[in-house]
Design a protein around this ligand. Structure first.
Ligand code: IFM
Length: 450
């Protein structure tokens, strides 16, 4: 930390993926049907080109090659998620040991390679059987999840020390229960409220199970998008606060402060029966770290007709954007790291996802030139380093993503990978950004300043 133009020696340099996005073979070895398998096979126009995760990056079969690529890149850590439906096919009840075996093989491969696995228990793919019972809107979902978590922690605890309960619960709630773009594909603001609360209860119960059975560290991964006011008009300020509450504070306030943000009442309606006080004690179960996923920011204005948020994003037309149409705004990363420290205290932080979708074309002479992704990584890492210099306890950074993969509603159309995947042949090619990232890692970050 003394050298302002480098990162600490023990900084954790990693890359991230998730199960449904890369594994393929979703029903292999006795796995149950997941909500995402079901949703993609509905072919109801909600997934671009009717793409599915049936094959994805075929990581299920090709993980030894993928771990070898991680070694080539010099990764210190790899963030992955587990498919609940491989481990508990019905979401509850008996464990499927063959499903677990896949993860044991993968984790062994990583540990042998000296790459520390950071494992997320749930990254959106829920067993369909329990989704059909009401999914996260059902109060029992917290217990379904913590039973799965407890069993998994016991089974894999000898191989994993860094755990997270959930990835981006906000997306589960917003895309699944408000926009209907992800499973369960509905638009119901009250169910969304219950889903958010039950995810947090499930998190608290899983942390308790971890304290009883696990070793190492347990955290949660939250996606943050700083909201900037569109103007000084009181209506725009209120809309900005509402969107900040909905996206950023909806999860962090209960986790660290023990209450929901007040502005949620403007969205869900006041006068709803309150949840039991004991829920908030459970949700505040102390964690070892917070994972932050950061991609962009938004500038907000009041939009009275747009239920349920009555707010809208002001397009930043002259600013650079990625292929997701997300504004590239590295300062937002610094701001949200500083904001988390100021509002919630000195919890150890990791950037658990950060990256950019760009289509850089097929490899030419086994090379993919992706200077825009390099610029994105560089500018965001420099912003993160500035936050560290200002006192933020940032322990590591995971680029999203190791591989091009299944980008949910966008199918295979958006490429976030440091490694290019040819989906027909499953050939992997390290992009220039992967080679750049290797230099960054090798030099403790100093390559960023060159
Ligand atoms: O691909 C997703 C990932 O699953 C969760 N975080 C955002 C990424 C890019 O959209």
């Amino acid at each position: 930390m003394n050298n302002p133009a480098s990162f600490p020696r023990d900084f954790v340099w990693g890359a991230a993926t998730s199960a449904y996005q890369i594994e393929g073979s979703p029903l292999a070895d006795g796995a149950g049907i997941s909500n995402w398998h079901h949703f993609t096979h509905l072919q109801n126009g909600k997934i671009l080109n009717d793409d599915t995760g049936d094959k994805a990056c075929d990581h299920f079969h090709r993980f030894p090659e993928d771990v070898a690529h991680m070694q080539t890149m010099g990764l210190k850590a790899y963030r992955l998620s587990l498919a609940w439906s491989r481990i508990m096919p019905e979401g509850r009840g008996p464990i499927n040991s063959k499903g677990l075996d896949f993860y044991k093989r993968l984790l062994d491969q990583l540990n042998r390679a000296g790459i520390v696995p950071y494992v997320t228990l749930h990254h959106w793919d829920m067993p369909l059987a329990i989704d059909h019972l009401g999914g996260w809107a059902h109060r029992d979902s917290a217990h379904w999840f913590s039973d799965y978590a407890a069993a998994t922690l016991t089974q894999l605890g000898d191989r994993v020390t860094h755990w997270a309960t959930f990835n981006e619960p906000w997306v589960i709630v917003h895309a699944g229960y408000i926009e209907g773009a992800h499973p369960p594909g509905i638009s119901d603001v009250l169910k969304a409220r219950d889903a958010a609360h039950n995810l947090l209860r499930g998190h608290g119960l899983a942390v308790q199970a971890f304290r009883a059975e696990g070793r190492g560290q347990m955290g949660i991964v939250i996606n943050l998008e700083p909201k900037y006011k569109g103007s000084e008009r009181p209506e725009d300020l209120a809309a900005t606060a509402r969107m900040d509450a909905w996206m950023n504070r909806q999860f962090l306030d209960p986790l660290f402060l023990g209450h929901d943000p007040l502005e949620l009442e403007e969205i869900h309606g006041a006068g709803l029966p309150p949840y039991p006080e004991a829920d908030y004690v459970l949700i505040q179960e102390p964690i070892d770290y917070l994972g932050i996923n950061y991609y962009s920011r938004s500038v907000v204005r009041d939009a009275p007709g747009l239920a349920p948020f009555h707010a809208d994003r002001i397009p930043q037309e002259t600013a650079p954007h990625t292929d997701m149409d997300w504004e590239i705004y590295p300062d937002g990363l610094k701001h949200c790291l500083l904001w988390v420290k100021e509002r919630y205290g000195d919890i150890p932080l990791y950037i658990t996802e950060n990256g950019a979708a760009f289509d850089d074309g097929a490899p030419i002479d086994e090379r993919v030139r992706d200077p825009r992704r390099i610029d994105y990584l560089r500018s965001h890492l420099l912003a993160a380093r500035e936050a560290m210099a200002a006192g933020v306890d940032l322990r590591g950074y995971f680029a999203w993503s190791l591989l091009d993969n299944f980008e949910w509603a966008y199918g295979y159309a958006k490429r976030f990978g440091l490694i290019h995947v040819d989906y027909d042949t499953q050939t992997r090619t390290l992009k220039d950004s992967a080679l750049f990232y290797r230099e960054v890692i090798d030099s403790d970050g100093q390559a960023l300043w060159r």
